[in-house]
Design a binder for this molecule. Structure first.
Ligand SMILES: [Fe+2]
Length: 266
């Protein structure tokens, strides 16, 4: 499986993203909830580390490590957007732990089940080569929306969520999901959401996904000169350079190394 994205992450970046992700749990999720959440993520660390954020390149972060890269960006964005809302005098209806918990777990449903991964390597060679689709959805999974599956996983782990967290995870796609309309398009004050946390995490997710889309597609759509335009601020950081197979030698986990070697040019 070669060159599936121009934004493929270096193995070192995948590992440091994972440490950053676990660090948010350590720092913000307290007590029994934090312990249970961290134990779960550590138990499935290689699955999470390698998960893409989407199974088609037309979406966002469709490459190994794309999921954690996306979630970290949403957490970072949520922290900044929360600051803006507070500076604008939003009424204080949620805690910082609720903010980070919701951002960290908003896309947890993309994990699949404890037994089955949602995104599998594409087995159809034609789709892989002609459509550049590196993954396919695992049809052993019955339909469940990403928010519903994420909340179900948390319930199976015995991790309680507050009402704010439940609504924020459930509604994180905002009005991009028709099913959210009854919650978000009410004209009666008494039936509107009673916390702005929902909008803050939605904004952070929207921003992260848009940035990931731009990094993948704007250079392709606008041509190579687009990257040099002053108003087109794509930073060329190490993590966005093509992956070199020699970087695999720095990965300590044998399991991770084996999985990753399937993705990178030798
Ligand atoms: Fe997301």
């Amino acid at each position: 499986m070669k060159s599936i994205s121009t934004n493929m992450l270096q193995p070192e970046q995948i590992l440091s993203n994972w440490e950053e992700f676990l660090g948010y749990i350590d720092m913000y999720i307290m007590g029994d909830r934090g312990a249970k959440l961290k134990a779960f993520y550590e138990q499935y660390s290689e699955r999470f580390m390698m998960m893409p954020a989407a199974h088609k390149p037309q979406y966002h972060n469709c490459f190994p490590g794309g999921y954690v890269d996306h979630v970290n960006r949403v957490v970072q964005g949520a922290i900044k957007i929360d600051r803006v809302w507070r500076e604008m005098d939003v009424i204080d209806t949620y805690t910082t732990e609720e903010l980070i918990f919701s951002a960290l777990n908003h896309d947890l449903g993309k994990f699949g089940t404890f037994e089955q991964e949602a995104y599998l390597p594409q087995t159809d060679q034609w789709r892989r080569e002609k459509l550049n689709e590196p993954y396919m959805f695992n049809d052993r999974l019955e339909f469940m929306s990403v928010p519903d599956r994420g909340l179900y996983i948390l319930s199976q782990l015995g991790i309680t969520v507050t009402k704010n967290e439940m609504l924020t995870i459930k509604l994180h796609d905002g009005l991009y999901d028709e099913a959210n309309k009854p919650y978000l398009m009410s004209w009666m004050p008494e039936t509107r959401p009673r916390t702005s946390l929902i909008y803050i995490v939605h904004q952070a997710d929207l921003m992260a996904a848009r940035i990931e889309f731009e990094r993948e597609w704007l250079p392709k759509l606008l041509g190579p000169k687009a990257e040099n335009k002053a108003n087109f601020n794509l930073k060329k950081e190490d993590k966005k350079t093509p992956v070199k197979s020699k970087a695999l030698s720095s990965v300590k986990s044998e399991g991770l190394k084996n999985v990753m070697s399937n993705f990178f040019d030798e």
